[in-house]
Design a protein around this ligand. Structure first.
Ligand SMILES: Cc1cc2nc3c(=O)[nH]c(=O)nc-3n(C[C@H](O)[C@H](O)[C@H](O)COP(=O)(O)OP(=O)(O)OC[C@H]3O[C@@H](n4cnc5c(N)ncnc54)[C@H](O)[C@@H]3O)c2cc1C
Ligand SMILES: *[C@@H]1O[C@H](CO)[C@@H](O)[C@H](O)[C@H]1NC(C)=O
Ligand SMILES: *[C@@H]1O[C@H](CO)[C@@H](O)[C@H](O)[C@H]1NC(C)=O
Ligand SMILES: *[C@@H]1O[C@H](CO)[C@@H](O)[C@H](O)[C@H]1NC(C)=O
Ligand SMILES: *[C@@H]1O[C@H](CO)[C@@H](O)[C@H](O)[C@H]1NC(C)=O
Length: 500
């Protein structure tokens, strides 16, 4: 009796462990897998921007090298009910998006091809690359791909969120330059998704996140490119400097017609030391910018540092990696605002900035806390070129200029997460209220479409709910076609399509 029970229990345990993805992959395939406490496992776990993601412990890390191996993993996952995560560069700081506690992690790191075809002017890029890997591989070829502004960011997640690039005003969101997605579907089939073969799925992937499959390579349009010019300007954030920078970024967004120019304008507060600075990332597609493009920034006196120079794209993107500081928990959040006109610019921009200062002041006792806000121009020209290249889920209209506000709070103890979580939500919801109040009082244009930019969204933000209704409907329709059982929807983290 007793031994019968023991046998039954042993059999049950055997069945349960046979259902375990890590064991099944090990017994049925030759796919490389890192186990806990192995050096490679530990090393892979450091490759997250946020330590709170790297501290989650997957049951194993699977390292497929081909689309077929990814399909084999998906096929095995189809036989059980384990949660899993898909990771590219690990830059998305939302917990459980590209990280997991207990289930298998699929790392795309070894899907790392960068193959330029100069005749077709295309480049095939694996999702396991970071943007500095891509620019290094293309260095000296005379071609570039539209990608990240900081080299360390991964290709896989960045692309599926749309991708904002220094080249976006010239060529659109990064996703607008995808010609084909190689995709592993929920039923483990591998499809080559092009506009002509799968128009709806092709559209859905351009800003639809990880809801439709695992991308195993991107075929991208390559663009001719030589040396570029760029770097950083750093200022102490005195009130006078802040006023001038807010005016300069507003003016740049409205008035510059030179699509070869790109900027990110970031304010950063290290709250313990009361160090408040502005960091301006500048970029120009050419060896020197024309005299007037960045005038207003250079006219602001007393910058502490100016690293702008003529250099290769790879040198620029790698140089910007100084901004990737590891060792902290990170949170990211966003809101989109219509650009105020010149008359209302000073008031509206200052109010946004002051709200951020006020809210970030409330967490100054959190150990290691750093707050930043980035003003990222989304000019009409970007919207137009995105539409001209076939459009995407974000689908911004060229009717108004916009600014994408991006927020980060970083800090040391994960125990402070709940407090920072609330602070993050207070910061972006305050931005939204400020925008709505100014719309009511006539200082900002009303009845305009203000989508959230997925790559900068905090996990509770309703990315899909802020899309145009027709794009949300398309996402739901495509999901019903390619994932009728809700495999990606229920088994892995990320921004999910709300049910109708
Ligand atoms: C320092 C820094 C700078 C940044 N700069 C920019 C910028 O200039 N422009 C911009 O647009 N964004 C930028 N971002 C945001 C960034 O694009 C997002 O965080 C993006 O999600 C990171 O991509 P990743 O491949 O590193 O993501 P990961 O964290 O690896 O993955 C993010 C999400 O994508 C999914 N995913 C990843 N790969 C695949 C795949 N192959 N198939 C299916 N799903 C996949 C994951 O499951 C996860 O849900 C920046 C972020 C940081 C930290
Ligand atoms: C960090 O805190 C968040 C929020 O409480 C939690 O979801 C996450 O699991 C924590 N991470 C770790 C590694 O404990
Ligand atoms: C799979 O897991 C989900 C969530 O934990 C649960 O609701 C569901 O019943 C499980 N399905 C099976 C077949 O075990
Ligand atoms: C910020 O705080 C100051 C001081 O409390 C207050 O006067 C101001 O109105 C606040 N500004 C915003 C935008 O919340
Ligand atoms: C896999 O799913 C796709 C999309 O739903 C479908 O077209 C295809 O026929 C399926 N393949 C198999 C082998 O079931």
């Amino acid at each position: 009796m007793r031994s019968g029970l023991a046998v039954a229990v042993a059999a049950l345990v055997a069945v349960a462990s046979a259902q375990n993805t890590c064991d099944l992959v090990a017994s049925q395939t030759s796919i490389e897998s890192y186990k806990r406490f192995e050096i490679q496992y530990t090393s892979e776990q450091t490759e997250y921007w946020s330590t709170s993601c790297g501290d989650l412990k997957p049951s194993c890390i699977l390292m497929p090298t081909t689309a077929q191996e990814v399909a084999a993993i998906v096929s095995i996952l189809g036989t059980n009910n384990e949660s899993f995560a898909i990771k590219s560069g690990g830059h998305n700081p939302n917990n459980y998006f590209a990280s997991i506690d207990g289930g298998p992690l699929i790392s795309t790191k070894k899907l790392d091809q960068v193959i330029l075809d100069p005749v077709a002017q295309t480049v095939r890029v694996g999702p396991g690359n970071r943007w500095d890997d891509v620019s290094a591989a293309l260095d000296g070829s005379g071609y570039t791909a539209v990608g990240g502004r900081i080299g360390n960011v991964g290709v896989g997640g960045y692309m599926l969120g749309g991708g904002l690039s220094f080249m976006s005003t010239e060529y659109g969101w990064a996703a607008n330059s995808v010609l084909e997605f190689e995709l592993v579907l929920a039923n483990a089939s591998i499809v080559h998704v092009t506009e002509s073969k799968y128009p709806d799925l092709f559209m859905a992937l351009k800003g639809g996140g990880n809801n439709f499959g695992i991308v195993t390579s991107y075929l991208l349009q390559a663009y001719p490119q030589g040396d570029v010019w760029g770097g950083n300007l750093i200022f102490d954030a005195t009130p006078e400097v802040t006023t001038a920078i807010l005016a300069a970024v507003r003016d740049f967004t409205e008035n510059y017609d030179d699509e070869k120019a790109g900027i990110i304008v970031t304010a950063e507060r290290t709250l313990a030391t009361l160090l408040d600075i502005w960091v301006i990332f500048l970029y120009y597609n050419g060896p020197e910018p024309p005299a007037d493009v960045f005038d207003k920034f250079f006219a602001i006196s007393k910058f502490k540092l100016n690293t702008c120079k003529t250099q290769s794209m790879n040198s620029l993107l790698s140089g910007n990696n100084w901004a990737v500081l590891k060792g902290s928990v990170y949170t990211i959040g966003t809101e989109t605002m219509p650009l105020p006109n010149e008359a209302n610019g000073a008031e509206v921009m200052q109010k946004i900035f002051d709200h951020w200062v006020n809210v970030s002041d409330t967490v100054k006792l959190v150990p290691g806390v750093v707050a930043s806000v980035a003003f990222q121009p989304l000019p009409k020209k970007l919207a137009q070129v995105a539409k001209d290249k076939g459009g995407d889920m974000i689908d911004v209209d060229a009717d108004i200029d916009r600014i994408v506000l991006e927020l980060d709070y970083s800090f040391w103890p994960n125990g402070s997460y709940t407090e920072i979580d609330q602070t993050m939500q207070d910061t972006y919801s305050g931005f939204k209220t400020i925008v709505e109040d100014y719309q009511d009082s006539g200082l900002l244009p009303k009845d305009v479409y203000l989508p959230l930019f997925q790559n900068d969204c905090f996990y509770p933000q309703d990315y899909f709910g802020r899309l145009k209704p027709e794009k949300l409907a398309l996402a739901r329709r495509v999901q019903a076609e390619v994932d009728p059982k809700g495999f990606w929807k229920t088994r892995t983290g990320g921004f999910k399509i709300p049910s109708s």
